[in-house]
Design a protein around this ligand. Sequence first.
Ligand code: ATP
Ligand code: MG
Length: 566
Amino acid sequence: MRMTSGFIPTLRETPAEAEIPSHKLMLRAGFLRRAAAGIYTYLPLSHRVLMKIMQIIREEMNAAGGQEILLPIVQPAELWHATGRWVDYGEEMFRLKDRHGREFCLGPTHEEIITSLVQGEVSSYRQLPLLLYQIQNKYRDEIRPRFGIMRGREFIMKDLYSFDVDQRGLDESYQKMYQAYSNVFARCGLETKAVLADSGAIGGSLTHEFVVLADCGEAIIVYCANCDYAANVEKAECRPLPREDGEPMPLEKVSTPGQKTIEQVASFLGIAPARLIKTLLYKSDDEVIAALVRGDHELNEVKLARIVGTLQLAPADEETILRVTGAPAGYCGPVGLQNVRLIVDHAVAALVNGVAGANEEDAHLLNVNMGRDYEPDLVTDIRLVKAGDPCPKCGTALLGARGIEVGQIFQLGTKYSEALRAYYLDEKGEQKPIVMGCYGIGVTRTMASIIEQHHDEHGIIWPMSVAPFHVHIVSLGDKELALAEELYEQLTSSGVEVLLDDRDERPGVKFKDADLIGIPIRITIGAKSLAEGKVELKLRSGEWEGKLAPDEVCGKVRELIASKGA
Ligand code: ATP
Ligand code: MG
């Protein structure tokens, strides 16, 4: 492509809307324009990158036995009613009505529609396993569309669904996808970590997220430097603690006027926050739940919701707190609480002589002991893990990091097949539900993540495998343009993808744009080196540069492309 005829609107200034490097660079380098919040147009350069990412995905999905299909974006509400997700999906779902008043949504995901397809077509174990996938737009009315295409409301996803006869089949499909995902991201030049995650509203059990470590990431993970344990903090387990030594002392009420927060109470009483019991009240359906964690720990709401078995868990309001405890917020404690389900974290159960609210304004209790002063309904793991906590597998201190979730794989089991009656007959003629898995890659988010991992202060540094072009020829003047055109023809006809800067611009402008766009190999044709009969070649990554005679260029370029794995 010649820049004079290409549609590559680069910008000198960073638009104010962008916060993170990938978003800023995609706008400045002419890859992307915003149409509405979280909704974007992909210009030619990013379209080329997306096509390459999709090609890598296709190759890996096909190699793992996947078959590509295309499902509808517009989906009838009935299917979603059948699984309960018409309600559960909530406000994130874009909904619409046709002229007859029938309800539809724009697919935020495709479990319902594909399960119903398979339900209609598959009836025997002989037709299984099946791995079906598509690469298509998804629609989610995200509460906070952010960071450009990183969290869009319209975005491209590859989603694959596996259909097996039993759990063993699902385990195999899952393993294949785990490997295929590792291959996809490695081939895109991304370093990812596969972390155990919580399956949340989608249902199912085993699930891994593929996470690109980056400070702008919204996923918070912990991992062990000693063993292979890695998990999203929502999922990460905490080891139970042994019960503390010491004799329980008599319960004692103390006055704590105006002291409500953990920090206030701890400093007022001159004790460590770790001696305190934090009692957090939640409402779910008709029930009030008290979750007890140690003062220096945070509650993990995802774990709590899973234990309670609800999607609707909300902190109790002032009025409920007053009604249940008889005191305003800040003085709640487990002793004497009535009609409340008490869920106690392991670390609280291990406390001897803890301190808790007295369920009375301006008062706390000293020497609170579980079993003597209050009875738990359940003792379990409900706290949020933090860096430095022991690894649940080997005990080594965990490390913490932030990351971008680029893909997720789930074992769904039979939740969708049972809801939509996708059954098959086994060898004995018995009817069984199909066992399912689903596997997503955010294609557009992957593009942004690649930039997060591959850029410097001047611009993008594309890995060869996904670069919009392999070579950027920068011709510095009229006299040099003839040679530039010649190399352009030569390289292009040998299958190399070339962007030729044939614009009538100053060298500084051309170099700035070349750095910004980030094509891996740059050939500079200028008067100085040409006087020696040479052109300059360099890698945008800075890993190599040299001067070559024009007739050596083609061979060297091909060698560089091959060595970079594209
Ligand atoms: P997140 O936790 O980031 O909201 P999710 O768990 O809802 O993601 P999945 O339903 O697992 O996402 O979708 C599969 C993949 O699609 C994700 O791993 C991510 O790469 C991508 N994805 C999800 N939501 C968005 C979005 N709003 N914009 C861009 N990509 C997205
Ligand atoms: Mg996810």
